[in-house]
Write a protein that binds this ligand. Structure first.
Ligand code: HEC
Ligand code: HEC
Ligand code: HEC
Length: 126
């Protein structure tokens, strides 16, 4: 009997913790892409599959010599770079970083690739 009561108390405490946890979890704030543009795939698809698209595009380019294609990393950056930093991965709020730190994902892509928009170099601000 005592054990059963202890179990109920534990379960109730667990339920309270879970409810509090979900209420407090902050969602990532994701900066909007360049105005008047559309993503290379529907945003739902991108949220789920951008890593596969990028890896596939890299293989096409590095092994197949195809450049300037639809899922180019440079393309992502041109549309998604922050207005403030012109980058997708410089400040904590920049596009790729904001979501990845929320999801605890780490990528090494920007050790080689520039995270800055090509438009930054030409001064063509949006
Ligand atoms: C021509 C501009 C353009 C290009 C190129 C582009 N995007 Fe997008 N992307 C958008 C727009 C517009 C949205 C819709 C949401 C918005 O307005 O910010 C979006 C949405 C997304 C989302 C969902 C964001 C959310 O709010 O949940 C992800 C993830 C994403 N893009 C990743 C990428 C990646 C990775 C690439 C490169 C392979 C890329 N995008 C290329 C314009 C672009
Ligand atoms: C060790 C350096 C290095 C790292 C790390 C790296 N890349 Fe690359 N990547 C390259 C080189 C070099 C090319 C070939 C560039 C070219 O020929 O245009 C390339 C090409 C690409 C391309 C095709 C060109 C383009 O702009 O679309 C994509 C996509 C790409 N990489 C994605 C990634 C992603 C995603 C990551 C992280 C998971 C990554 N790369 C990490 C060096 C690297
Ligand atoms: C809407 C949130 C969101 C945005 C924005 C976002 N990512 Fe991601 N990304 C994720 C999540 C979540 C994962 C982990 C998916 C998994 O593990 O299945 C991920 C994984 C990845 C991976 C694979 C990492 C690995 O270890 O294999 C790459 C590469 C990547 N993202 C590149 C990018 C780039 C480049 C950008 C910016 C142009 C970007 N992502 C923007 C949510 C996002």
């Amino acid at each position: 009997m005592r054990q059963a009561l202890a179990l109920i108390v534990l379960l109730a405490a667990g339920a309270v913790c879970a409810a509090e946890g979900s209420g407090r979890t902050p969602l990532p704030v994701i900066e909007r892409a360049a105005a008047g543009t559309q993503c290379v795939e529907p945003p739902e698809t991108m949220r789920r599959s951008h890593m596969d698209l990028l890896k596939h595009q890299r293989d096409d380019t590095v092994h197949g010599g195809i450049r300037g294609a639809k899922h180019s990393l440079k393309g992502c950056i041109d549309c998604h770079a922050s207005r403030a930093t012109m980058s997708v991965a410089k400040a904590p709020g920049d596009f790729c970083i904001a979501c990845h730190s929320y999801a605890a994902v780490k990528i090494d892509c920007f050790e080689c690739h520039s995270s800055k928009s090509r438009l930054a170099a030409t001064g063509a601000l949006r």
